[in-house]
Design a protein. Structure first.
Length: 326
């Protein structure tokens, strides 16, 4: 979403991702297998260290806060410390805050909870230091670590935690939450508007809710036009046509479509790669074409992540599809 749209969406009003953040584990949608196990730990008063792994906007922080609210009720803020591991001031500041928190006096509870977001941003050395801190305070603190990839967390930490994998949220879960919020806010959303929000979100609930709020500012009725414009998402049919033209050997036309998406619609190259990746199997391609496209998407994704020019990579992807005309 563009910055202008984001600030427009939140101006003068409460931000909906906070207003509608689930307060209890029961209200966290789409991860029932996880939330039930977490409730079990709380009921048994036996919370281990936890590691939440998964993409952005799917409920990791929300679940951690819900755990604290369930354990401490009204006093959750005094007994829950939220830190970001990629704190610019460094791991020493993070460690000092953990120590101060763990040492300060307790209000009758056996332990307090420390939530460490982006734990996979820590270097291996910093993670080793964190592991020692976890051990030092394990009698009176429980850690909940959050990360995108559990493989980036060193084994000695993983083996001390119960690991939970939060997957991208399903279409139904996102559609349902979008409708609930729209109803509560008295906003009309068309069916294609809901579909577009679900598509643009790609499993990220935060994106879907922010998209809804931003689109609602612009118009009384949220439809797919509003959603695609405000979320800077290419329409699936534009992506599909671009790929089809390349596969048909029409490179110049395909490249022009790409340019219009990047320049006229202002869509980021990385987002186009992401959309291509999600849609490969909906394109009605032969097995061979799908495999070829997938291979090129993987290569372009890797290069863009490593810092290569997005437009060059996407054009090269289309060129290679056009050269291999079947
Ligand atoms: N499973 C869910 N059920 C209901 N709402 C959700 C869910 N997941 C996310 N949300 C909504 O999206 C917002 C952001 O979610 P949250 O902060 O939990 O994401 P996260 O997984 O911790 O992501 P990040 O890794 O980016 O911090 C929440 O405030 C809530 O409004």
């Amino acid at each position: 979403m563009s910055e202008a749209a984001e600030s427009e969406g939140s101006r003068g009003r409460e931000v909906w991702i906070e207003k509608y953040r689930p307060q209890t584990l029961e209200d966290v949608v789409g991860h029932e297998n996880i939330t039930e196990r977490l409730e079990h730990y709380i009921a048994k008063d036996d919370l281990p260290h936890l590691l939440f792994a998964g993409p952005a906007g799917v409920g990791k922080t929300t679940s951690a806060v819900a755990i604290a609210k369930s354990i401490y009720g009204e006093e959750w803020r005094e007994n829950f410390l939220e830190l970001n591991a990629s704190d610019q001031r460094g791991i020493d500041v993070v460690r000092d805050r953990i120590k101060n928190f763990a040492r300060s006096s307790f209000g009758g509870y056996d332990y307090r909870v420390i939530f460490l977001d982006e734990a996979d941003a820590l270097t291996n050395d910093a993670q080793s230091a964190l592991r020692r801190t976890m051990e030092q305070f394990s009698n009176n603190t429980r850690f909940i670590l959050s990360c995108n990839y559990s493989s980036r967390i060193i084994d000695p930490i993983q083996s001390r935690c119960a690991v939970f994998r939060f997957s991208p949220l399903g279409d139904d879960a996102i559609a349902q939450q979008v409708r609930i919020i729209a109803d509560a806010e008295g906003i009309e959303v068309t069916d294609d508007g809901v579909d577009a929000l679900v598509y643009a979100a790609g499993g990220d609930m935060r994106k879907a809710i922010n998209g809804l709020q931003a689109a609602a500012v612009l118009d009384e009725t949220v439809d797919e036009d509003a959603v695609f414009a405000i979320t800077s998402t290419a329409r699936p049919e534009d992506i599909k046509e671009m790929v089809q033209m390349a596969l048909d050997g029409e490179f110049t036309a395909s490249r022009a479509r790409l340019e219009s998406l990047l320049v006229d619609s202002g869509i980021a190259g990385g987002d186009i790669i992401d959309q291509l990746h999600r849609s490969v199997w909906e394109f009605d391609l032969t097995e061979r074409q799908a495999v070829r496209l997938m291979e090129r998407v993987g290569e372009a994704d890797y290069r863009i992540t490593a810092g290569a020019n997005e437009q060059v990579q996407l054009e090269a992807l289309l060129a290679s599809l056009a050269l291999n005309e079947e």
